[in-house]
Design a protein around this ligand. Structure first.
Ligand SMILES: [Zn+2]
Length: 111
């Protein structure tokens, strides 16, 4: 599984971390971001030592800390994980709707 540099945007040139595809025990593929403690400026002759502070799943703003650059990239989790999250959320919304319908039914009976 190859790591790929992540800059947050194709117009932003500082590398904020690297993406890596991981396969979960249940066989799903997700893309996670290994966030660098400090953004790497590719224009530097000697890039700063890369220090990975951890994998990121989910959605999170990542601010570039290269001097003079105020770029904020939004990391979003990989497609499969996103699909599953939306499915879970839809299921929860359905449950909430059913609950509301029952409450409405009850309140009508009280009248
Ligand atoms: Zn930057």
């Amino acid at each position: 599984m190859d790591a790929e540099s992540w800059t947050g945007d194709k117009n932003h040139k500082h590398v904020l971390g690297q993406t890596r595809e991981v396969i979960l025990p249940d066989g799903r593929h997700v893309i996670m971001l290994e966030l660098y403690r400090h953004a790497v400026n590719l224009e530097d002759e000697r890039p700063a030592e890369v220090d990975v502070i951890g994998p990121l799943l989910g959605e999170m703003p990542v601010q570039c800390d290269v001097e003079g650059c105020n770029f904020v990239g939004i990391w979003r989790l990989g497609h499969d994980a996103m699909r599953e999250m939306l499915a879970r959320r839809a299921k929860r919304n359905d449950a909430a709707r059913i609950h509301e319908a029952k409450l409405a039914d009850l309140s009508q009976r009280d009248l």
